[in-house]
Write a protein that binds this ligand. Structure first.
Ligand code: PEP
Length: 247
C-alpha cells in the first residue's frame, strides 16, 4: 500500500503541561486552524482538561484524546481512568505505552497491549508507542526491541490492530532536540510495516515521534512509511504545531 493511501496524522502530546488559562489560548488557535490542512490533527491532553478540550474543539477539524487509559473496565482501581470514561468526553485517541509510562510507571509490553484492547472495546483508537533506549540503539538492538514490544499488541489479532495507530518513538530522540534522521526512522518504520503486512494490516498508520519540529517535519514525512508524527514539546506552541501539520 502506498503512503498516499494512508492519511497523514499529526497528534500532539501535551504531557503534564497546561492550565485552564493556557489551554484556552492554545485550543482557540488550533480551532481556528485551516481545515484544509493535508493532515488529520489531534491533541492528547491531561485528563482534567478533557472536558475543556471537548468543548473548545467540538465541531472543528481537530480531534482530542488522552495520554493513558486503564486496562480495566471499572472497579477498585484508585486513580485510574477507564476507556468508557474517556468516551464520555468524545475522545478519539488514547496513547498506550508512551515511553514515559513504561519507564516511570512500570508498564510492560503486555500491560500496553491490555490498555490498547481496553481502548478498542470502548471505541477509542489506541496509539501504541514503541521505541528503544539510547543503549539499545547503540547496541544495534532497535529492531529486536520493537518486535518484542509489538508482540503482545499484534497478538490481539488483525481485526484489533487494523483499528490502531502505531508510533515509533526512539527514547533518545524524545525531548532531546535530536530527532532520528529520516532514513533512520524509515528503516524502523519499514520493519514495522513488514510486521503489519504479515498480519494482513499494512494500512495501519505508523507515526514517528521524537523532537519533531516544523523544520524537520517535511523531510520525515517524505519517507515512504512515515504517516505522520506524535509531537511533544512543539505541540504546546500552536503556530509550530500547525506548521508541522502543514509540512
Ligand atoms: C513525545 O513525548 O511523545 C515526544 C515525541 O516528545 P518531543 O516531541 O518533545 O520529543
Amino acid at each position: 500500500m502506498t503512503q498516499q493511501a494512508r492519511a497523514r496524522l499529526v497528534l500532539g502530546n501535551w504531557k503534564m503541561h497546561g492550565s485552564l488559562a493556557e489551554n484556552e489560548l492554545l485550543l482557540a488557535a488550533l480551532r481556528a486552524a485551516d481545515t484544509n490542512s493535508s493532515s488529520q490533527i489531534g491533541v492528547c491532553v491531561p485528563f482534567p482538561y478533557m472536558a475543556q478540550a471537548a468543548q473548545a474543539l467540538q465541531g472543528s477539524a481537530v480531534s482530542w484524546g488522552a495520554q493513558d487509559v486503564s486496562a480495566h473496565e471499572k472497579g477498585a482501581y484508585t486513580g485510574e481512568v477507564s476507556a468508557a470514561m474517556l468516551k464520555d468526553f468524545a475522545c478519539r485517541w488514547v496513547l498506550a505505552g508512551h515511553s514515559e509510562r513504561r519507564a516511570y510507571h512500570g508498564e510492560t509490553d503486555q500491560t500496553v497491549a491490555d490498555k490498547a484492547r481496553a481502548a478498542l472495546q470502548s471505541g477509542l483508537t489506541p496509539v501504541v508507542c514503541v521505541g528503544e533506549t539510547l543503549n539499545e540503539h547503540e547496541a544495534g538492538q532497535t529492531l529486536a526491541v520493537i518486535r518484542r514490544q509489538l508482540t503482545p499488541v499484534l497478538a490481539l489479532g488483525a481485526d484489533a490492530v487494523a483499528r490502531m495507530v502505531l508510533a515509533y518513538e526512539p527514547i533518545w530522540a524524545i525531548g532531546s532536540g535530536r530527532s532520528a534522521t529520516p532514513e533512520q526512522a524509515q528503516d524502523v518504520h519499514a520493519a514495522i510495516r513488514a510486521e503489519l503486512a504479515a498480519l494482513g494490516t499494512p494500512q495501519v498508520q505508523v507515526l514517528y515521534g521524537g523532537s519533531v519540529k516544523a523544520a524537520n517535519a517535511a523531510s520525515l514525512f517524505a519517507m515512504a512509511d512515515i504517516d505522520g508524527a506524535l509531537v511533544g514539546g512543539a505541540a504546546l506552541v500552536a503556530e509550530e504545531f500547525l506548521r508541522i501539520a502543514a509540512a
